[in-house]
Design a protein around this ligand. Structure first.
Ligand SMILES: [Zn+2]
Length: 158
């Protein structure tokens, strides 16, 4: 068994779509980034890569590579899981928390979990997504950005 942890944060700006866990969420701002800036999926990819001992998302999907401009991060998750399976691991479970002052994310939780399960190739019962605010404190509390963290457990399959 191996454990990995991922963290990511992106700035909220006008004129971008807000996409979390592969779900487009109606909001006045979206996250800024080279890809679709899906902060939740980036934290999950980093946790998976960390557990596998193979670096981070920036190494595997560099934001200087035009190939990843506007990339759907669900495809990055799929590619990350394929890498980890090639190394002989399978994912036991993924637990994540999104840090966002606004909007309320509870009603999108199930859709996010379903997307993550589908693209990671595991059961939805092995995925958990939580959301919390920063109680108005700091940059996230001021609504300047959204953060996410994730932990992943892997087991060796061969
Ligand atoms: Zn990111």
């Amino acid at each position: 068994m191996r454990i990995g942890k991922g963290f990511d944060i992106h700035r909220l700006v006008a004129g971008r779509k807000l996409i979390l866990g592969g779900v487009e969420i109606p909001f006045e701002k979206g996250l800024l980034g080279h890809s679709d800036a899906d902060v939740l999926l980036h934290a999950i990819c980093d946790a998976i890569l960390g557990a596998g001992g193979c670096g981070d998302i920036g190494i595997h999907f560099p934001d200087t590579d035009p190939k990843y401009k506007g990339a759907n991060s669900l495809n990055l998750l799929k590619a990350t899981c394929a890498k980890i399976r090639d190394l002989g691991f399978s994912i036991v479970n993924i637990d994540s928390t999104v840090f966002a002052e606004k909007p309320k994310l509870l009603s999108y939780r199930e859709a996010m979990e379903k997307n993550i399960a589908e693209y990671a190739g595991i059961e939805v019962s092995d995925i958990n997504v939580k959301a919390t605010t920063f109680e108005g404190l700091g940059a996230i509390g001021n609504g300047e950005g959204i953060g996410a963290e994730s932990v992943v457990l892997l087991e060796q399959t061969d």
